[in-house]
Design a protein around this ligand. Sequence first.
Ligand SMILES: Cc1cc2nc3c(=O)[nH]c(=O)nc-3n(C[C@H](O)[C@H](O)[C@H](O)COP(=O)(O)OP(=O)(O)OC[C@H]3O[C@@H](n4cnc5c(N)ncnc54)[C@H](O)[C@@H]3O)c2cc1C
Ligand code: FES
Length: 257
Amino acid sequence: MSGLIKEKMKKICKGTLSRIEKVSLNTYLIEIDLPYQINAKAGQFISICCEGLTLRRPFSIYSQTDNVIGILFKERGKGTEYIKSLNQGDLIDIIGPLGNGFNVNNKKVLLIGAGIGSAPMAFLKTQLDKKGIENLFASGFLNKTEIPSCLSVDRIYTDDGSLGEKGSIITYLDKLIKEYNPEIICACGPAIVLKSVSQSGEKYGIETQIAMEKVMACGIGVCRGCVISIKKGLEIVNATVCKDGPVFRGSEVIWPQ
Ligand SMILES: Cc1cc2nc3c(=O)[nH]c(=O)nc-3n(C[C@H](O)[C@H](O)[C@H](O)COP(=O)(O)OP(=O)(O)OC[C@H]3O[C@@H](n4cnc5c(N)ncnc54)[C@H](O)[C@@H]3O)c2cc1C
Ligand code: FES
């Protein structure tokens, strides 16, 4: 098979659902056996075709071992209801891996995950650990019923104090930075958390990389439906979250006031 065809096949295919498991009150882990091996980067995502829906649904990659890719998803609407209804052995139509992913090199990393945004951070932790890169993974949830049983973290925070330290992870950012002294902070979660991480990075002069979320249509940079404005030097330019992102430098992102 030519290299070009192989490359194209790596983007779109039907995989086989090899595992589906409920891992918290409203979160599911699925693993998909692909007909080839991919080399996914943490922060990249796959886009899943859901029966009866025009738009594919994007999900961050949570794990990858050889040709098996995992995602963690929270039940929301029709798309996630469809995925949840699948059974082991069912075929699943995916495109991916898509997007750019985190770029950490050899720096000491503080990983911040909030809610289901902890999924790509867990994948990043696995990849950093394999390379022997020093990291600390802190993750925040509303309460303990939201925490996926498969998630392995160094620090846990819950808003209601039902597990780990009590309070939003946002209120612990300063403490974590002062204690751990990271060279880079990588984060994924709701915009309010990403904005706080970016501001803390600026305050302490630490590089931040954040994985953004935007409702997506094509997922491959064609429809321009996921465009955001970012700062590039003195200029403000448009960038697609699906192709130029989803990972951006926190200092580039223009936050709504
Ligand atoms: C890059 C990226 C990575 C993501 N990773 C994860 C993940 O790892 N786990 C997870 O649970 N969720 C993730 N999401 C969110 C996930 O895509 C939505 O939860 C999912 O599309 C909801 O589909 P639904 O049909 O069940 O719900 P809907 O009823 O369609 O919508 C429910 C919510 O999901 C949002 N949403 C709907 N369609 C899309 C879309 N095409 N793109 C983005 N958001 C959408 C809506 O704004 C709404 O807030 C990610 C989103 C993006 C953009
Ligand atoms: S979803 Fe089409 S350009 Fe991003």
